[in-house]
Design a binder for this molecule. Structure first.
Ligand SMILES: *Cc1c(COP(=O)(O)O)cnc(C)c1O
Length: 391
């Protein structure tokens, strides 16, 4: 029974052009990566500030492992709470200018634990339609009522807030830089709405951490809104080049989360080496203004050349540049063609994005040169001409 059912499901995924593959990777911390034995231009990583291969981070990991060992051996509440945690969380709070902070094992598990800790089945969570799967999964597991509003559409959000029971506890959840469209949330308006409707505002800065803000704190700090966002979260695995995730907020809130987040309590702590590199990375990003500026210039250059070639890049204004393709099959074919011509890029398909909005998502990093990006734009243009993709 099981076997036939599962095989039929797998066949359907394949028929719909939604099959996913692991591609064996090497050297992914560089501008070129080895994919299945071939050297390709790497526009597929989140290594925005080129820190994942930074010798200072690697050294910090090695030192921490030498002192503390390879594994944390237990949960933070048992024996895994290394002094590096205290050090890293103190740095985090200073950097983000918030009272309290917590490191969690990954952005995914953070979102899973966060909503579970805050919600019950009476809670209403208003979530941008394009929020990351980890937030959606967190809300679903928390049994809260999920209310999705149209992407960055404040009229739709307000309409739903108005309709809602005023006595119910409410959360508004958004990304700051959206991971699939590369556009940004209207934070000021979200803050206005959260105040008027007494909601808690959660902002996921996964793709903004390190990249925006005077010290790389993210988009919330860049727009001077730190005190009005209740919970900021982000990952240490993208621009910070390491692993793990963080949340910051007021002490009354973070202390409660410490008591109640199951994805913090019931899992082994981060390896000491990871903590070592997080500390090193937070130190580096605070003085990485030049890298941030160069990244934004390079991303703008790439985006413009793609647009000049006639492609739709959604509302991207950041280092994430999506190129609209349409059907799943066309996106897969396009990505394969790019790979055959030297560019590593991944087709993004439903359910990650809406139906008929399959796309190729390019991520520019500071290490890409203008020549590399021009070459990539050229290859994208040529692939389009070969394949006759509808733009
Ligand atoms: C990548 C990402 C996550 C997950 O973070 P990990 O540390 O990789 O688990 C969460 N939220 C958003 C918006 C992301 O882009």
């Amino acid at each position: 029974m099981w076997r036939e059912i599962i095989e039929e499901k797998t066949a359907r995924i394949r028929r719909e052009g939604k099959e996913r593959f692991f591609t064996q990777t090497r050297d992914a911390t560089e501008t070129e990566l080895m994919w299945q034995g071939r050297r390709l231009l790497n526009l597929a990583s989140n290594n925005y500030l080129h820190l994942a291969g930074d010798p200072r981070l690697i050294k910090a990991q090695q030192q921490a492992a030498t002192i503390y060992g390879a594994g944390a051996t237990a949960s933070r509440l048992i024996a895994g709470n290394y002094e590096l945690y205290g050090q890293a969380e103190q740095m985090l709070c200073n950097w983000k200018q918030k009272e309290a902070g917590l490191l969690i094992n990954s952005g995914y598990t953070l979102n899973i634990g966060l909503f579970q800790a805050l919600c019950n089945r009476h809670t209403l969570v208003f979530s941008d339609q394009y929020n990351h799967a980890s937030m959606i999964d967190g809300v679903v597991l928390s049994r809260a009522q999920l209310k999705r509003y149209k992407h960055v559409d404040m009229t739709d959000l307000e309409r739903q807030l108005q309709k809602a029971d005023p006595d119910k506890l409410k959360i508004i959840a958004t990304e700051s830089v959206f991971s699939m469209d590369g556009d940004v949330a209207p934070l000021t308006q979200l803050i206005d709405l959260k105040k008027r409707y007494n909601a808690l505002l959660i902002v996921d800065e996964a793709h903004a951490t390190g990249v925006f803000g005077p010290l790389g704190q993210g988009l919330v700090a860049a727009q001077n809104l730190t005190k009005d966002v209740d919970i900021q979260i982000g990952t240490c695995s993208k621009a910070l080049g390491s692993f793990g995730a963080y949340l910051v907020g007021d002490a009354w809130l973070v202390n409660y989360l410490k008591q109640t987040m199951r994805s913090l309590i019931f899992t082994t702590a981060l390896p000491p080496a990871v903590l070592g590199s997080i500390i090193q990375s937070i130190e580096i990003v605070q003085t990485a203004d030049e890298r941030r500026l160069a990244l934004s210039e390079k991303a703008a250059h790439f985006r413009e050349s793609i647009q000049e070639a006639g492609f739709h890049t959604y509302r991207s204004t950041t280092q994430i540049v999506p190129v609209h393709i349409g059907s799943n099959q066309a996106a897969v074919q396009f990505a394969k063609h790019l790979q055959a011509n030297g560019v590593a890029a991944i087709p993004i398909r439903p359910p990650t994005v809406p139906e008929n909005q399959a796309r190729i998502r390019f991520a520019v990093t500071v290490a890409h040169t203008k020549e590399m990006l021009d070459e990539a734009a050229h290859i994208i243009q040529r692939s389009h001409e070969r394949l006759g993709t509808v733009r």
